[in-house]
Design a protein around this ligand. Structure first.
Ligand SMILES: O=C(O)CCC(=O)C(=O)O
Ligand SMILES: [Fe+2]
Length: 192
């Protein structure tokens, strides 16, 4: 893949992700749909070299994405992605060429004061082959700014659930505690 193709792709997905973020805000009744202006994005191509020995094991352990929104372009032939439903059961996300998958992370849950749900997922190795996925993560506010639910999401029936935190600090907290599946959010809960 040439650099030019990757840059063009990354730019197009970035525009998509910002657009989805704006629509999310509108759907939640937020007046300011520009809230995510300047939020950094991370782009990653995942390549899994699945061997016969790895069949049945995890290629990526159960986790939530730490940021706000993820757009995933999954391998068109090789399955393995599984999301966890509310009951804790895994649901396979089978390949669907020509589609993108949108996923919400921990920042979305905190920013929305619990209205949006971070989704636990993992990648299982199903067959000995190469699997490729392309992930674009809209992370959260820039350094020195904080993840904080806007006032529209907070009232007497919906008290503020989380203390304001910077995305960088939260990411470090997830790494140092090894709480990769959203549990670290409990550590930034508002004291009751
Ligand atoms: O490869 C996939 O299908 C998912 C990868 C993933 O969950 C991630 O990069 O956060
Ligand atoms: Fe993920």
């Amino acid at each position: 893949m040439s650099r030019e193709v990757i840059e063009k792709y990354a730019q197009a997905v970035y525009e998509q992700i910002v657009d989805i973020g704006k629509r999310l805000a509108e759907s939640l009744g937020l007046a300011d749909s520009d809230y995510l202006k300047g939020w950094p994005c991370q782009f990653r191509i995942n390549k899994y070299n699945f061997t016969p020995e790895s069949v049945g094991s995890s290629g990526v352990q159960l986790h939530t994405d730490s940021g706000f929104l993820t757009i995933l372009q999954d391998d068109e032939d090789v399955g393995g992605l599984e999301v966890m439903d509310k009951s804790g059961a895994f649901v396979a996300v089978d390949p669907c060429p020509g589609t993108l998958l949108v996923n919400l992370g921990d920042v979305a849950k905190a920013w929305s004061n619990g209205r949006l749900c971070n989704v636990k997922h993992r990648v299982q190795c199903r067959e000995a082959t190469i699997r490729i996925s392309i992930a674009t993560f809209l992370l959260g506010p820039r350094e020195k700014e904080v993840v904080e639910a806007p006032p529209e999401f907070v009232d007497s029936e919906h008290p503020r659930l989380y203390v304001p935190f910077s995305y960088e600090d939260y990411r470090k907290l997830r790494l140092s505690t090894k709480l990769q599946a959203g549990e670290a959010l409990a550590l930034v809960r508002t004291p009751s």
